[in-house]
Design a protein around this ligand. Sequence first.
Ligand SMILES: NC(=O)C1=CN([C@@H]2O[C@H](COP(=O)(O)OP(=O)(O)OC[C@H]3O[C@@H](n4cnc5c(N)ncnc54)[C@H](OP(=O)(O)O)[C@@H]3O)[C@@H](O)[C@H]2O)C=CC1
Ligand SMILES: N[C@@H](CC(=O)OP(=O)(O)O)C(=O)O
Length: 407
Amino acid sequence: MSSKITPAAVSLPKKIKVGVLGATGTVGQRFITLLSEHPWFIIEALGASERSKGKKYIEAVKWKQTIPLSGIGLGGVDGAISSTIDLHSDEGRVADLIVRGCTPEEFQNCQIVFSGLDADAAGEIESAFRSSDIPVFSNAKNYRRDPHVPLIVPLVNPSHLSMISQQQRLHSPPLSKGFIVTNANCSTTGYVIPLAALEKAFGPIESVLVTTMQAISGAGYPGVPSLDILGNVVPYIGGEEEKIEWETLKILGGIIDSDTNHEGTPLKTFDMHQAGGRPSLRVSASCNRVPVIDGHMECVSLRFHRRPPPSPQQVREALRAFHTEIQSLGCPSAPRKAIEVFEEPDRPQPRLDVKGTHNGAAVSVGRIRQCQVLDIKFVVLSDNVSIGAATSSIMNAEYAVLKGIVS
Ligand SMILES: NC(=O)C1=CN([C@@H]2O[C@H](COP(=O)(O)OP(=O)(O)OC[C@H]3O[C@@H](n4cnc5c(N)ncnc54)[C@H](OP(=O)(O)O)[C@@H]3O)[C@@H](O)[C@H]2O)C=CC1
Ligand SMILES: N[C@@H](CC(=O)OP(=O)(O)O)C(=O)O
């Protein structure tokens, strides 16, 4: 039985003060770009390592976004029309914020923090924020396997946020506001969205083969040395295949009642895609780094449990029709269409299609065809830094606000 969050009686959100941890990195910069246009969230504080602490943001960061940093405001934009500020006005500028250390004391005014922290630092820092009753929406891998931490792809399983109350209850001491929610690995996020659409339309998938071609920006800045990647393909990304194979099960699975704890309180657990007599889902991933700047491309072949399987045309229609709760609720960062389906035989392509028509918040699928070994195969393209990271965290937070989980 999957556990559902009941809608809270919340009125439309007021301005919410947010912080960004790891604000100088690739994901941190994308957070800032997106938050600066956000209708509800206002950037209150930025944090990074000791290397950056105490400097003005513009001096600490190697800014790599296409919008100039000097014109970026703090967000909370009514109507979310534009973040562009008048350079001669007194309005707050991200560029002038002083970078703080990543301690909860320095983020006390924040109602939410978004984390783009390096995984080497994220474990302790995110835990300290949670213990200080500050909600954390993280991109780092550290807590994805925690049995009480939701691993959320917002276009797939936002209802897993219902596990937050158990996480807070079991924390010592129990928490009223703090929690950790994680995003998935960027390659997992991209391909799990069409998988979810297909399971919704045609029932369980039994097996998946996925081969990734991952952009350099996935490795952060400065990332893979140019002499390793220019004119080359590197057929190994440490830990990536294991993450895709495991995370897919937690995301596509449900939440079930499990045991009781030593006090006799009933506990819930993630079913890892196995409850309700579903056949277990087997995933095999092969990951490659390719000389592309942004956009992870993935070739997917899969077999359905149902026989006969759906035709390529039925698959196409199901992907086009996929509509998610995040969209129905009206989360401001949700794409109008979750999946863009291409008919052209040579699309999607990273250089042409990575942003799509939804500023990187949706995924693109093309080349849907029959597979002679499994049932169906296709290619999926996702913006690894947007839907694969920052946009997903922001959508998770929007959902939590609308459900009254964050106030
Ligand atoms: N890039 C991508 O496409 C994706 C990345 N992720 C994950 O998101 C996280 C961020 O990735 P990315 O932005 O690419 O990484 P970067 O290496 O570009 O940025 C890392 C950030 O962490 C900060 N940092 C490093 N060490 C510490 C420390 N000891 N204390 C406080 N802050 C620290 C850095 O600050 P400073 O500048 O001061 O060193 C910087 O702001 C990682 O966990 C990554 O695995 C997830 C999905 C996709
Ligand atoms: N490893 C991914 C990005 C990433 O950081 O993944 P994770 O958050 O799962 O460690 C890539 O290089 O493209």
